[in-house]
Design a protein around this ligand. Sequence first.
Ligand code: FSX
Ligand code: SF4
Ligand code: F3S
Length: 377
Amino acid sequence: MTLQHMEARLNELEQMPSIKPELSIPKALEEAGFSRRDFMKWAGAMTAFLALPSTFTPLVARAAELADRVPVIWLHMAECTGCSESLLRSDTPTIDSLIFDHISLEYHETVMAASGWQAEEILEDSIKKHKGNYFLMVEGGIPTGDTENYLTIGPHGKTGYQHAKEACDNAKAILAIGTCSSFGGIQAANPNPSNAKPLSAVTNKTVINVPGCPPSEKNIVGNILQFLLFNEAPALDVYNRPKWAYGLRIHDLCERRGHFDAGEFVQSFGDEGAKNGYCLYKVGCKGPYTFNNCSKERFNSHTSWPIQAGHGCIGCSEPNFWDTMRPFEEPLHGRPLAFGYGSDALADKIGVGVLCLTGVAIVAHAALASMKKNKEG
Ligand code: FSX
Ligand code: SF4
Ligand code: F3S
């Protein structure tokens, strides 16, 4: 898509009515104390975050200012509401949370006042009114079990599955927010009593997956901006995750990576290695198997993230991580080590199994780094 196309797209958005004409996004930003300079700095960071050249910054800023023009329907299925919390619970409003507050949220069960039948009616009306034009953002896995009443409001209401399907059928774009919606999440973990499935199981349309339990506020807002600008899905990986956000492993940009390479590992929580910020691989970090941008972006306006806080990554943006990444505080056991060099004794010492070929390379690397360290020490 050329710059001209994007400008035409933004001009088109500008013609659409704003949801709160009395409080436009630029005015809301000003009222919250953000200067134009703060906003342009944020837009510049967002442009880099979306892997766009810096010349796109004015377009990204304009897209953010027009974010209140596209109707959004946000559905809650089976989950913990952590995804919404990730955005809405910052103690001071950030530019991300402010923009999210001002998008044209036609329906969002957590933040709207309506409940029961009234809520059902609002949902039906919003779908009718914006048929074919709204962004659908769904948080949570979709129960499809035999007990047909999962997530039904009232005795004659529709089930969660029916709501999700109908909302998908009439949407312009569909985003699965969080690992539950992207891959099933915790309720789909063994034994999955409600037979929970990912959102993609209820529709044949493209579902853009934005996993993480929860995903960062930046990944949620970034995906809204991406669609506002391009009006189409970004390049996706094999699990339909946007490559701009999920193209690299946690391990690739981890601040503890130097310690991994040097064979300096935390052996148990609270030990000297932990105090020195060593690599958390031996206490279960799944960063080498996990694709997400936490090591670059962190959470809560870049404040911190799991590995900075001292716990390994548990692989929360990967499919079925509740089952496949356990135990969370141990390296992955259970598969024979077959990395061609090093003895079983060494394997025991490193204490790892392998998940996949990448795992083999990682284990080999960890083993070699450790051997080198022992030799030196
Ligand atoms: Fe919770 Fe969202 Fe995890 Fe799931 O996040 S943080 S259980 S991904 O659907 O609310
Ligand atoms: Fe970071 Fe984990 Fe990789 Fe260690 S194993 S460098 S803590 S991502
Ligand atoms: Fe999840 Fe790992 Fe990031 S646990 S939040 S993907 S560091």
